[in-house]
Write a protein that binds this ligand. Structure first.
Ligand SMILES: Cc1ncc(C[n+]2csc(CCOP(=O)(O)OP(=O)(O)O)c2C)c(N)n1
Length: 276
């Protein structure tokens, strides 16, 4: 049976702002299917974003939603989750929002292991503001701020999240929609901080400048340049050369932040005569 997206969309907020060929809509739809698959209650689900094209998503979806300031979505989401740990909290962020201006929030959320699911809409660029390079722009690629080629090297979101302590870490792409949906659902079900690196396309500000073709051609690039983690283990190094690994890289059980914080409150309360 066809998935009923209408159940989760605010029709009054359409049309969306995304360009033709942008994959943000594909990632949004994967998130909606994942939320449905995870069985979340719409009224107990909060979707938080910062600023950017990706960050427009909460406006279009029918949950409790917060569109906050650039790079600060994880800070707001942390406050929401701590105020009511029973809520299911998701954060959606562009690579610029999550890794540049929000980079510190990103690593500290990973280290705390707070039960929030972060989906990074990783299109390798600052889409909304016209294609400035981000910490996810690959070395040598053109951006409006690197017209002679990017001299920096990109963050590997998966390695960064794992190094900072996130307990669920995965990567998929807007081409591989079923694994993407599955990973997001698994991240939602995971008790702790979950990071899903969702590789997607910005034909308007990244593809055009780098002559990568249409949105569809950019999606096909993902098909040819990624390899599943499990499949890669049986391949010789030359076959893995130049390929981006996808899959679930970490799933670890570790005490969750709100629960740990709750224990401190329980310890302190009697000492304060029961006062908060
Ligand atoms: C404090 C602040 N600095 C800069 C901006 C301008 N700004 C808006 S969106 C954006 C970047 C968006 O890029 P990204 O997070 O990668 O998301 P995308 O648009 O590609 O989905 C920037 C720099 C802002 N709104 N606020």
């Amino acid at each position: 049976m066809a998935f009923d997206y209408a159940r989760y969309i605010r029709p009054g907020k359409l049309p969306h702002i995304w360009c033709p060929g942008c994959a943000h809509g594909i990632v949004m739809k994967a998130i909606l299917r994942a939320i449905d698959r995870a069985g979340l209650d719409k009224d107990r689900t909060v979707v938080v974003s910062g600023i950017g094209c990706a960050s427009r998503m909460p406006g279009y979806v029918d949950f409790n939603t917060l569109h906050t300031t650039h790079g600060r979505a994880l800070g707001f989401a942390t406050g929401v989750k701590m105020a009511d740990p029973g809520l299911s909290v998701l954060v959606v962020a562009g690579d610029g929002d999550a890794l540049a201006i929000g980079g510190n929030h990103f690593i500290h959320a990973c280290r705390r292991n707070i039960d929030i699911t972060l989906v990074v809409f990783n299109n390798s660029i600052y889409g909304m503001t016209g294609g400035q390079f981000s910490p996810a722009t690959p070395h040598g690629m053109l951006a409006s701020t690197t017209p002679y080629g990017n001299p920096d090297y990109a963050f590997d979101v998966v390695q960064l999240a794992m190094g900072a302590g996130a307990t669920f870490v995965s990567r998929s792409t807007a081409y591989h929609v079923l694994p993407l949906e599955k990973q997001i659902a698994e991240g939602i079900g995971h008790k702790g901080f979950a990071v899903i690196d969702a590789l997607c396309t910005c034909p308007t500000t990244f593809g055009r400048r780098n002559k990568l073709g249409s949105g569809a051609e950019m999606l096909l690039w993902f098909k040819d340049h990624t390899i599943g983690l499990k499949a890669s283990e049986n391949l010789p190094p030359e076959k893995r050369e130049g390929k981006i690994l996808t899959g679930v890289f970490r799933k670890e059980v570790k005490p969750e932040y709100c629960e740990e914080y709750g224990k401190i409150i329980e310890k302190v309360r009697p000492a304060r005569g029961g006062r908060e």
